[in-house]
Write a protein that binds this ligand. Structure first.
Ligand code: HAM
Length: 417
């Protein structure tokens, strides 16, 4: 087909069967949010570019290489949302949510746009679910979002292994940064081209370069540089989640790719996903509100890719088949048409023929789409009665029209059980 008529590279069309799985996952995310008291927040699909440049950080891949940015006809610089955290922080500041009782718990489900190299599990438009908790500097806040992540993953049948680290704070990170820079200078010849640039601009990022794993392995460990407060925070988070039976592993090279993190960072990987194995990631980001025009507010959260979670979950998030009725028209007339709306009035998912099919062809079609067939028309109809057939077990009956909805509902319910 002409390329012009294909979807843009790295985007997806989601057809009904997959859309049903997406919908199911969405309900699951909402139910976990409700369980922990997180309220839904929606922000625009695009923001003023500064929200992401200042919020996520000028030197990050998202901002430097992956932005979909444009200037609108009014001369305003806008960017399609590449991630939710900076956008939510902007909304938090704009609406004065710091006046709300603390902590403020928010969650979202939203499309994100990053001009990355497309591959399995990596798209230019993807969906994220995210949880953000504002107002608490306590390790228990970090632990809560980790427990939320665990519950979510368990509900889709995954047993997560969570990698955790602390990237320190303004007190201890500069010392670590300096140690890393001098270490990278010694290993300069072994660094890839990108990392030579990162080694001075953003040396922590070298640690999660896929090509330079050997260099990362030999690098100084930030744990040796943590100040007492960062160490105590990290120990407390680890203890709180361990207390709840959540297995977390400290990963010294875990640094995350966004500039707003502070202290705790974490990720969950699923090796079955291949190269793009990060199911979700997050951490603490106490300084972010200050980057987007507000006062600093302690905050912590995470987000994960919907597509990746669906891939990892497999049949654990299956399409929810809806048991339906099909009304076949017997002979001429509009009986099926009327019965169809009658069943729908009672909330029963129902289809009627729109293809002028013969009765035989309607029955065949019903076999593909429905559990119960109602036969409406002919002499029975004149007598105020309809025929019924349950396709799953062959049960047949005749029912007065007045009892029809009750009978259909009962037959569908029995089928579900
Ligand atoms: P992130 O790690 O950049 O973090 O993205 C979160 C998750 O979104 C990833 O773990 C991955 O599952 C999914 N993801 C990212 N990019 C793509 C892509 N191109 N295609 C498919 N899936 C993708 C953040 O965005 C932070 N805002 C997370 C956070 C929330 N930190 C604190 N609160």
């Amino acid at each position: 087909m002409d390329e012009k008529w294909q979807r843009p590279r790295g985007t997806q069309d989601i057809l009904p069967a997959d859309a049903a799985r997406v919908e199911r996952l969405r309900r699951l995310v909402s139910s976990v949010a409700a369980l922990y008291g997180y309220g839904a927040i929606e922000t625009p699909v695009f923001e003023q570019t500064a929200v992401f440049v200042d919020g996520v950080g000028d030197g990050t891949d998202i901002v430097q290489h992956e932005r979909y940015s444009f200037v609108d006809s009014g001369g305003v610089a806008l960017t399609l949302r590449p991630e939710g955290t900076a956008a939510v922080a902007r909304a938090y500041v704009e609406h004065g949510l710091s006046a709300w009782p603390k902590p403020v718990r928010l969650y979202y489900w939203a499309p994100m746009f990053r001009r990355e190299r497309p591959q399995k599990g990596r798209y230019r438009q993807h969906q994220q679910y995210g949880f953000e908790l504002y107002g608490s500097p306590e390790p228990s806040a970090d632990a809560e979002v980790l427990l939320v992540a665990r519950r979510l993953l368990e509900r889709v049948g995954l047993t997560p292994q969570v990698l955790v680290n602390s990237i320190g704070c303004d007190v201890c990170r500069p010392g670590y940064r300096a140690a890393l820079v001098s270490y990278f200078q010694e290993r300069w010849a072994d660094l890839c081209e990108d990392c030579r640039r990162r080694a001075t601009e953003n040396p922590l990022r070298v640690l999660d370069c896929k090509q330079d794993r050997d260099v990362a392995r030999g690098a100084p460990d930030i744990a040796d540089f943590w100040c007492a407060a960062c160490r105590a925070h990290q120990d407390a988070v680890m203890a709180l989640v361990a207390d709840q039976g959540l297995a977390v592993v400290r990963e010294p090279s875990l640094v995350r790719g966004l500039d707003y993190y502070y202290r705790t960072v974490f990720e969950v990987h699923d090796p079955s996903l291949g190269a793009q194995s990060t199911v979700l990631g997050g951490g603490r980001y106490d300084g972010l509100t200050a980057r987007v025009g507000g006062a600093p507010v302690p905050a912590v959260g995470f987000a994960g890719g919907v597509e990746r979670l669906l891939m990892a979950a497999g049949s654990a998030v299956a399409e929810d088949p809806v048991p339906r009725a099909y009304v076949a028209q017997v002979g001429p007339g509009r009986a099926a048409w009327r019965v169809g709306e009658m069943l729908r009035d009672a909330g029963i998912p129902t289809e009627v023929d729109l293809m002028a099919r013969s009765l035989k062809a309607q029955m065949k079609e019903a076999g593909r789409r429905a559990v119960v067939v109602v036969l409406a028309g002919g002499q029975e109809w004149e007598a105020g009665r309809v025929g019924l057939k349950r396709l799953t077990d062959g049960r047949e009956a005749e029912a007065p029209l007045v009892d029809l909805t009750e009978t259909v509902r009962a037959w569908l319910d029995e089928h579900e059980r």
